[in-house]
Design a protein around this ligand. Structure first.
Ligand code: NAD
Length: 496
């Protein structure tokens, strides 16, 4: 039994006040709740409110009031300062937030601290800087008669619905709240029903940072209830969504009625390609990091590893040896290197896909089972590596979102590019080679929003992140993300 630190226990105190509207914590009007489970033990450790259309309506109303009465007209420098203060508070409370994240998601505490919380604070600081740097243009117009002076303004959209998945909750709040607030919008966050704890604390810290009540609201609840109510709501000007492609399609269907703008960051089935001239030690480490970070529950997971036959045996042996040595355990246990999956639902899904791999004739090189003993009650899955995978098997085509690697062989450069691109997804790809010309040639031809050359899973707030094809619409991060939270107004001044 892992002890829950006192600073964290207040979020699990049974009051179910997990909805934050206008700066006030409250329960759902219906009184409905959702169990919070520790994925490391499977035990219920608390309850959160299951909000629905009533709470979304209240939150959107309050966010609109805060937008009109305050935030849209708050001076850019004041918005920048508030976001910088929020970043400082996130950093100052990083241990508490990381503990909440680990209890909710399952990932090792070191990962929550040094990946999620580190990048959350960094991302907020990056977006804070844009508040004072967003500008319009002056246009050299040629009116048929007389003359005119024309300039553009980048104005906020209004109330943004931020719908977030369970794999990187804290990080994604900052990717959405950062650009939304920097540009003068207000936000209603709908966290995942599996992982809502850090959202509540984040909303409290926003108030502490001096961000007015109503600017950052949180409605916890199920996707089909609270989530659907956001995407159907006519008062929402933009949906910033990260999650599955299936839910992304529902958002596109709903926003056909509301005309809300959308950014969709969706699933992936990313190709990681090792050429025979690569630095193999680095490539093996990249492949391991690419598939086992966060138990493989990463949209950018390098779940399809293409290895040239000249180095195939060596690479597979090295990966399997390291994978077998990974220490599984509760995320709060100090020696844990890999935690559980987020939920019993996710475990069943991953285990089902592993079974399908076996049944369709792939070979399990390592893992493939749920660990027993003390870990049996948690949602654990062994790090798993398959070889002899055919391109048409389910494990080759479907996003698994778990610690499961499929290894393929390829002979020619053109062939591997075609096979890497033969997926509906197109989020990221990686190439390992020391041939400079080949590296850039292949990068240019891969259908993916990010291509890593001799690297994997590296991101920076300055650099746009998002998908080709079914992996999404629009970009998070970078100036492209900032602009997507604004709309352009052209102002014509008659100079005659
Ligand atoms: P999901 O689509 O099931 O849920 C994501 C969010 O959408 C949750 O908050 C959920 O409650 C909500 N939701 C569900 N149904 C809804 C509806 N009808 N209307 C509105 N909201 C609804 O995804 P998940 O299982 O939480 O997350 C895993 C998925 O997220 C994977 O496919 C993964 O690839 C993707 N993901 C993508 C990125 C990226 O940047 N591209 C990053 C992380 C995760």
């Amino acid at each position: 039994m892992v002890e829950i630190p006192p600073a964290v226990a207040k979020f699990l105190d049974g009051t179910h006040q997990s909805i934050v509207i206008g700066g006030e914590r409250r329960e759902a009007r219906s009184g409905n709740t959702i169990d919070v489970r520790d994925p490391g033990t499977g035990e219920v450790i608390g309850r959160i409110a299951a909000g629905g259309p009533d709470e979304i309506d209240l939150a959107v109303g309050d966010a609109r009031r805060a937008f009109e009465e305050e935030w849209r007209d708050t001076k850019p420098a004041a918005r920048e300062r508030a976001l910088l203060t929020l970043a400082d508070l996130v950093e100052a409370n990083a241990e508490e937030l990381a503990t909440l994240e680990t209890l909710d998601v399952g990932k090792p505490l070191t990962e929550s601290l040094y990946v999620d919380l580190h990048y959350a604070a960094t991302s907020l600081r990056y977006f804070a800087g844009w508040a004072t740097k967003i500008s319009g243009d002056v246009h050299p117009v040629s009116p048929p008669v007389g003359d005119a002076f024309v300039y553009t303004r980048r104005e906020p959209l209004g109330v943004v619905g931020a719908i977030v998945p369970w794999n990187y909750p804290m990080l994604f709040y900052t990717w959405k709240v950062g650009p939304a607030l920097a540009t003068g919008n207000t936000v209603v966050i709908k966290p995942s029903e599996f992982t809502s704890l850090t959202a509540i604390r984040f909303a409290e810290l926003a108030l502490e940072a001096g961000i007015p009540p109503g600017v950052v609201n949180v409605v916890t609840g199920y996707g089909a209830e609270a989530g659907q109510a956001i995407i159907d709501h006519p008062g929402i000007a933009k949906i910033s969504f990260t999650g599955s492609t299936a839910t992304g399609r529902k958002i596109l269907a709903a926003t056909a009625n509301t005309m809300a703008k959308v950014t969709l960051e969706l699933g992936g089935k990313s190709a990681n390609i090792i050429f025979p001239d690569a630095d193999l030690d680095a490539a093996v480490q990249g492949a391991l990091f690419g598939i086992f970070l966060n138990q493989g529950q990463v949209c950018a997971a390098g779940s399809r590893l293409f290895v040239h036959p000249a180095v195939h045996k060596e690479v597979v042996e090295a990966i399997a040896q390291e994978a077998e040595a990974i220490v599984l355990g509760h995320g709060l246990a100090p020696d844990t290197q890999m935690g559980p999956l987020v939920s019993d639902v996710q475990l069943a899904r991953v285990a089902g896909l592993v079974d399908s791999g076996r049944q369709q004739g792939a070979t399990v090189v390592c893992g493939g089972e749920r660990p027993g003993g003390d870990l049996a009650p948690g949602y654990f899955m062994q790090p798993t590596v398959f070889t002899d995978v055919k391109d048409d098997m389910r494990i080759a085509r479907e996003e698994i979102f778990g610690p499961v690697l499929s290894v393929f062989s390829f002979d020619e450069e053109d062939e591997v590019i075609a096979r890497a691109n033969a997926s509906r997804y197109g989020l990221v790809a990686a190439v390992w080679t020391n041939d400079l010309k080949r590296a850039h040639r292949v990068a240019a031809q891969l259908e993916a929003g990010t291509v890593w050359l001799n690297a994997y899973n590296v991101l920076d707030p300055t650099t746009p992140f998002g998908g080709y094809k079914d992996s999404g619409i629009g970009r998070d991060l970078g100036l492209e993300a900032v602009h997507s939270f604004t709309q352009t107004k052209s102002v014509w001044v008659n100079l005659d």
